[in-house]
Design a protein. Structure first.
Lengths: 110, 115
């Protein structure tokens, strides 16, 4: 897996956009970037993934730089329920292990 | 079922006993993963299967840990001669097969406490 680096914590005001960065400078051409989050004691929850192009779904948007060395997960209107640890992962191949690092603890404040 | 099911949800066992943790993946999912998570830490990879074949067991901490998925569906993670350091949340996940890029769905986990 490509090594990923994320800030340990971030704060965001409720209703504002939360932008979570991830560096993955050693990513190879066929490695996707995945984002998961874990709310308190629940199991990790898939958010979004992408390869080269920016992606958007009902949960978030993923912006990947042209050189693919970094990406940003965007929660457009953060709510208190978005408080969680967010993990950026770049597994070697589809169907292979997901290596969770330390992630970013996002705290959404009222 | 609708999601990944793990049983039991909670298991308390005495040191030295063997335990078996069960994972029932989403129907039709090819890949199945086992993770262990200590309090305040991210999930730690243990092993994964594609169908019945164990593809990667590099995360199993020692030979007391083993896993099987004999028919490519339900999987069992077995810990022999449990030790207190084995206490953790054990999580299972499954994902479908297909082109690059598939999401993994996690179960609620089994909380193992070794006393």
């Amino acid at each position: 897996d490509a090594k990923t680096t994320q800030p340990p914590s971030m704060d965001c005001a409720e209703g504002r956009a939360a932008n979570l960065p991830c560096n993955h400078s050693t990513i190879s051409g066929n490695e996707y970037v995945y984002w998961y989050r874990q709310i308190h004691s629940q199991g990790p929850q898939y958010i979004i993934h992408g390869l080269k192009n920016n992606e958007t779904n009902e949960m978030a948007s993923l912006i990947i730089t042209e050189d693919r060395k970094s990406s940003t997960l965007i929660l457009p209107h953060a709510t208190l329920r978005d408080t969680a640890v967010y993990y950026c992962i770049a597994p070697q191949t589809s169907g292979s292990r997901l290596t969770f690092g330390e992630g970013t603890q996002l705290t959404v404040n009222p | 079922g609708a999601g990944v099911s793990q049983s039991p949800r909670y298991k308390v066992t005495k040191r030295g006993q063997d335990v078996a943790l069960r994972c029932d993946p989403i129907s039709g999912h090819v890949s199945l993963y086992w993770y262990r998570q200590a309090l305040g830490q991210g999930p730690e990879f243990l092993t994964y299967f594609n169908y019945e074949a164990q593809q990667d067991k590099s995360g199993l901490p020692n030979d007391r840990f083993s896993a099987e998925r004999p028919e490519g569906s339900i999987s069992t993670l077995t810990i022999q001669r449990t030790e207190q350091r084995d206490s953790a949340m054990y999580r299972c996940a499954s994902s479908g097969q297909g082109a690059y890029g598939t999401e993994a769905f996690f179960g609620q986990g089994t909380r193992l406490t070794v006393v």
